[in-house]
Every structure is written in structure tokens, then in C-alpha cells.
Design a protein around this ligand. Structure first.
Ligand code: WQD
Length: 338
């Protein structure tokens, strides 16, 4: 009998790539997603890659009775909680939405797990929980001081999970703090499909390369970084997906709370990303310098040693593979999943 894993947000960018990896590792996968920022078509693609079906339900996690029906139909070995909203600027304008979808939804999911005696959870957190207080490279022990609503909504869930383990050490929880996931599955069948004009760097570069957007605005070129542009820790989404499977295996073995950075451990500037992408797609990426974006930090990247020590995980796909895979996805699916 295969172990069955519930993946919330399994049709999203991270969730879908993680489902592929779970299926490859021999798990059965049940997805709950409200499709607010994704489409069921994603899951057909996941099934195509894996050669196995994915069971899915259109469920908003805050809908307790809908969630209860899913739990009544399946016996899960663990939960990967990837569902959430993640646009930094939108979060500043609509904080309540972010606390509802990120915090309230997590509480409902945890409550449903508790009711079914299920205590194995992997939670999608973000490097944005560190904020300005931490020194680079960020270590997991660094103080948390997120400077955005989005980051605070993630930190609040982390706090809830800490309290949960404190009160009941039989919980098995891994908190994964993602740095900047980019790239796509090497099949070109799944990738990042943002709605509207992409707010993040990589999908924006992709859309300039394919001709959907005229140019990239580089937000700031006067940062105290080697070339003046912002530096981030970009990691391939399939490396991240592998990290989830290893974290799941860990929570199936060990109880307590484990908090891990999932990053590549080194930073790349915006200009380095542009050049690597130009190389991968053999096209010129038009860009112009624009003022700094409010709330952006100059440079951050992970100290990713703990994930290596505890899980034996590290990001091993390089920038060239990231860009090649992102370009394959974009060029084969110029309109995303639609
Ligand atoms: C990267 C760099 C920008 C767009 C990350 C995640 C994000 C979120 C929080 C997940 C920065 C520059 C960007 C553009 C640019 N959620 N840039 N022009 O801000 O590091 O956020 O953490 O937890 O999804 O990616 O990522 O991709 O927006 O920016 O110059 O059009 O690219 O200033 O230096 P960021 P990003």
C-alpha cells in the first residue's frame, strides 16, 4: 500500500512540482486547492509527467466542512501545506486577505489534522520572515523581523506551529523557509504561470524573452552589491521539490519541530540572472534601470548547511539549468496553462 499525502495548494507553482516528486518517490497524492491562482489543468500535466493520477478537490481550506469531507474519504500519512497567497504588494494593500488565506486557512487545516489524529506536517514558509534584522547568510536561528504583511503572515503560522509542538511533542513538523524558487520541470509541461504582469524577476524575464513584455525594469542599481543590483538566492524549483520529499520522510521518522532554510547558499544579482537567461534562450533581454522597489533588501541568501546536515539535501541544479528549464517552459507554453 502506498502512503497517501495531502498537498494543499498542490496546483500552485511549488505544489505542482512537489507533487511530481512525491509521485516519483512512490507516494499517492491528494490535492486540495481553491484554484484562486492556479488551474486544474496543472494537475493533468502533473499526472502526465508522473504516469499516475492525482486525486484533487476544489476546496478552500477555510471551508471546514469541505475539508472534513476530504479527510473522511482518505487516510493520510502526512500533509504538505503549500497553499497560500504570496504577492508582497497585494498583501500590503489587503492585509486581511493575507491573514485569512495564510493564517486562518492554516489553523483550519491543523484543526482538521488534529481531529483525525494526523500529526505529520511540512509547512511552506519563506525567507521573507527574516527581514532586516538578520545578517547574511541567513541562519535559521537569526531573529525574525519580517518587514511585510506577507512575511508576518508566514511568521505567525510558524509561531502557531512552535506552540503546537510545545504543547504536544507528538507533532512532527518541518518548517521550510524558501529562498527564491525559479525554473521549471525539465519536461516543459509545468512551470510558473503568474496572472497579470509578473511581480517576480524570473517570470518577468521569461515574458520579455518571449515578447509578451517589452522590457525588464531593474529595481535599483545603486545597492551596495558587486554590480549595484539586488542579490538573491535563486534555487531550482525541482531542488525545492526534492527538499519537500526529504522533509516529509524526516517528519515520518522524527517528532518535534525542525526549521530549515531551503536555498542554494549563494547569491546572484539581477544582472547575473539576465545574462544567464540571455545565454539560455539566445535572445537579448531588454532592460532599463528603475528606482528601487519599496521594501526590497539589497542582498540576502541562505546558510543552507542545516538542510544538508539533517536531510542530506542540497540544491544541485545550477543557474544554467534553471534558465534552460524556465525557457523551455515559457517557449512551449507562451500563454501558460490557458
Ligand atoms: C528578486 C530581485 C528585485 C522584479 C521573494 C520571492 C517572492 C516572495 C518573497 C515567497 C530583487 C528584482 C524583480 C522586476 C527587478 N514570496 N526585480 N525587476 O523580492 O526576493 O521575493 O520572497 O515567499 O515570491 O521571490 O523576489 O523575484 O520579486 O525579486 O529588478 O521586475 O529582482 O528588486 O532584487 P523577492 P523577486
Amino acid at each position: 500500500m502506498r502512503q497517501k499525502i495531502l498537498v494543499s495548494g498542490g496546483a500552485g507553482y511549488i505544489g505542482s512540482h512537489t507533487c511530481v516528486e512525491l509521485l516519483a518517490a512512490g507516494y499517492d497524492v491528494v490535492v486540495v486547492d481553491n484554484f484562486s491562482n492556479s488551474k486544474p489543468a496543472v494537475l493533468d500535466r502533473v499526472s502526465r509527467i508522473a504516469g499516475r493520477d492525482v486525486t484533487w478537490y476544489e476546496v478552500d481550506l477555510r471551508d471546514k466542512s469541505a475539508l472534513a469531507r476530504v479527510f473522511a474519504q482518505h487516510t493520510f500519512s502526512g500533509v504538505l501545506h503549500c497553499a497560500g497567497v504570496k504577492a508582497i504588494d497585494e498583501a500590503q494593500r489587503f492585509p486581511l486577505k493575507y491573514y485569512q488565506h495564510n493564517l486562518e486557512a492554516s489553523l483550519t487545516l491543523i484543526e482538521a489534522m488534529t481531529q483525525h489524529g494526523l500529526r505529520r506536517l511540512v509547512f511552506s514558509s519563506s525567507a521573507t520572515v527574516y527581514g532586516e534584522a538578520a545578517r547574511v547568510p541567513y541562519r535559521e536561528e537569526a531573529p525574525l523581523a519580517p518587514n511585510t504583511v506577507y512575511g508576518r503572515s508566514k511568521m505567525m503560522v510558524e509561531n502557531v506551529l512552535q506552540d503546537l509542538v510545545q504543547a504536544d511533542p507528538s507533532w512532527h513538523i518541518a518548517i521550510l523557509r524558501y529562498f527564491n524558487p525559479v525554473g521549471a520541470h525539465s519536461s516543459g509541461l509545468i512551470g510558473e504561470d503568474p496572472s497579470g504582469i509578473p511581480g517576480n524577476l524570473m517570470p518577468h524575464i521569461c515574458q520579455v524573452a518571449i515578447g509578451k513584455l517589452d522590457e525588464l525594469a531593474i529595481f535599483g542599481h545603486d545597492y551596495p552589491t558587486p554590480d549595484g543590483t539586488g542579490v538573491r538566492d535563486y534555487l531550482h524549483v525541482m531542488d525545492l521539490a526534492e527538499g519537500h520529499v526529504k522533509a516529509l520522510e524526516y517528519v515520518c521518522r522524527e517528532s518535534g519541530l525542525l526549521t530549515l532554510n531551503l536555498g542554494n547558499g549563494r547569491g546572484y544579482s539581477v544582472l547575473e540572472m539576465v545574462r544567464a537567461f540571455e545565454h539560455a534562450c539566445s535572445r537579448k533581454i531588454n532592460y532599463r534601470y528603475a528606482p528601487r522597489r519599496a521594501g526590497d533588501l539589497a542582498s540576502y541568501y541562505a546558510d543552507a548547511r542545516r538542510a544538508n546536515e539533517v536531510l542530506g539535501w542540497r540544491a544541485h541544479r545550477d543557474l544554467s539549468e534553471i534558465c534552460t528549464d524556465a525557457w523551455r517552459w515559457q517557449s512551449q507554453n507562451p500563454e501558460g496553462y490557458s
